[in-house]
Write a protein that binds this ligand. Sequence first.
Ligand SMILES: CC(C)(COP(=O)(O)OP(=O)(O)OC[C@H]1O[C@@H](n2cnc3c(N)ncnc32)[C@H](O)[C@@H]1OP(=O)(O)O)[C@@H](O)C(=O)NCCC(=O)NCCS
Length: 408
Amino acid sequence: MTSTLSVRALEAGELRAAHTLFAAAIHRGPADDAAWARSAQLYGPGRTFGVHSGGALVGTVASFPSELTVPGGAVLPMAAVTRVGVRADHTRRGLLTAMMRTQLEDAAARGEPVATLRASEARIYGRFGYGIATRARNLRVRADPALLRDDAPRGGTVRLLAREEIIPVLRGVHARIAHRRPGGISRTDGWWSATIGRRVDVDREHVIAAVHTGPDGDDGFAIAFLEGSSDFTERGLEVSDLHAADVGATAALWRFLMGIDLVRHVSGELRPLDEPLELLLADPRACAVTGHADETWLRLVDLPAALAARTFGPAEPVLIAVHDGFLAANTGVYRIADGHAERVGAIDGPVRPELECTAAGLAMAYLGDRRPSELVATGWWSAPEPAAVPRADAAFATAEVPWCGTYF
Ligand SMILES: CC(C)(COP(=O)(O)OP(=O)(O)OC[C@H]1O[C@@H](n2cnc3c(N)ncnc32)[C@H](O)[C@@H]1OP(=O)(O)O)[C@@H](O)C(=O)NCCC(=O)NCCS
């Protein structure tokens, strides 16, 4: 079926139909003109693909250009894959498979060695070589700043932004701090407009946007929206965004949010696994972990380039065979030694691999989220040479837990 499908880049005049199709696929109605004016900015020229049937658009995928921080601090061009949908009467006929292939080839041609996405369902993207590369947790804490330990870091000052300041100010703060850890990505103006701008300017939601200023200037921010409730004393604050350069800024922003009047609790979704909120509280149980979620799904599009871009920890050399059934050019044996990785041969060549994995399995270790030993133990990787496993653990280990913090 896939071979008969024709995928092509959509013209500018077809992008609104693509958005309407995507919205319907996730069970939302069409955007009105104001909402479309915002959402349109995520549909970059030439980056939206579609499949037609009987003259109608029946499948679409899009991406916008971004950049991903990898271990060691390099920042790689990245395709941020989004707006994926197939019309309900055309699913399971290979449309997504055909579009994914075109999109990944397009990313490679653009010089984007990595692609990432957020998955509506966890069973969709593994077959295309995407693996979960960052994870996150959901938190909920009572809105009472007295819960913070007296000797918890206090940070600097926090100021509230006026609505019209939010995007101009926070765009700059985010750009300064988002690439501080592996998994961080850059945001385009289109992202700000389509996500925060739509809620603030089109939906006219009440928003709390605050900036933290430390000794070196603005180094953290939070954006939060009120959960609806008719009872003034029962409302919750949902943190949609909280980025901070250090623990002082983190503590100051949580303290500020927990001290806002007429708020019963503060909750945050997709927070970093290592966010130290419990450590800041006198009673660590006051912070409830309400869920865990996969965050970044990573596709190593140009495997040699992606592996060469990250640094590896000090370890004796290790040889890994990577099998990539979807982008066959990536298949090969890679050697990690002296902090760097390079391709050293074909799978059935003279170099015998010590470990084997798929592209998706490698993506799970690439940013440091999963250790090779746990991937071997659970069957994601295999270890023809078991002695190589601790060497691989040492090579892939990162000092920081990877996290992104940007939903798209
Ligand atoms: C997810 C979606 C895009 C899949 O499109 P599709 O054209 O049906 O996908 P394909 O036909 O190319 O499927 C390829 C394979 O993936 C499997 N697959 C696709 N979607 C799946 C899902 N949601 N759950 C489990 N398996 C799925 C298919 O069964 C098929 O398996 P096979 O090769 O063993 O036969 C489509 O179902 C959709 O639009 N869903 C609602 C919107 C959505 O969730 N979009 C994703 C946003 S991140």
